[in-house]
Design a protein around this ligand. Structure first.
Ligand SMILES: [Fe+2]
Length: 195
């Protein structure tokens, strides 16, 4: 997607897989295959009664799940995003898996939301936009990404996301905070394209 990837000596080709932990692998297979329509492409035992399954999420990537016989307890707000983000906000702990977004083409966005709702998935659509109204009800010419949020059977917060345009240097809007919350100047400013 970005020019950085074209010039990097690492030949990145997108995410290979993200590995999550499920409560019930049977329900997880049902949701990912039948609701999200992501085919199961590999299932395996990994010893001690544990399992590891992979679902094809397009673009050469997979969403992988572990099932552990006796895992640590579900910890929303720590290990993952809170279940009710409107009430509890969206923070989770350092190194947590906050939420997982899968690319979809912009022209399929509205149909994808309708299909999820037809299948009984509770959806929250947000048109992320620059300008004073950051979340307009309908997309505008300042909308940079359209997102539909929902929760999988394990309490994992998910998003189907459609970029409306390629990223540009003007998308770099703020400088990064250090651990103490102090902004640190970016070392490499991306030049604005010549006009
Ligand atoms: Fe996101």
């Amino acid at each position: 997607m970005s020019a950085q990837n074209q010039t990097s000596s690492f030949r990145y080709g997108g995410v290979n897989h993200v590995a999550l932990v499920c409560r019930d692998m049977a329900k997880t297979v049902d949701f990912y295959e039948n609701v999200l329509e992501m085919p199961l492409v590999r299932s395996m035992g990994i010893g001690a009664g544990h399992q590891h399954f992979f679902f094809d999420c397009g673009g050469g990537g997979t969403i992988a799940f572990f099932w552990f016989a006796d895992p640590p307890a579900f910890a929303p707000g720590i290990a993952s995003q809170p279940l009710d983000v409107r009430k509890d906000g969206m923070m989770s702990a350092i190194a947590s898996m906050n939420h997982l977004a899968i690319n979809i083409p912009i022209e399929t966005f509205d149909a994808a939301v309708a299909r999820l709702r037809d299948k009984g998935v509770e959806c929250n659509v947000i048109n992320h936009s620059d300008g004073p109204d950051g979340h307009p009800a309908e997309p505008t010419d300042q909308t940079w990404i359209r997102s539909v949020y929902f929760t999988d059977p394990n309490g994992i917060k998910m998003e189907l996301a459609a970029l409306t345009r390629p990223f540009a240097p003007s998308d770099i809007l703020v400088e990064p905070m250090d651990e103490a919350g102090k902004p640190v100047p970016l070392r490499h400013k991306t030049p604005e394209p010549a006009v």
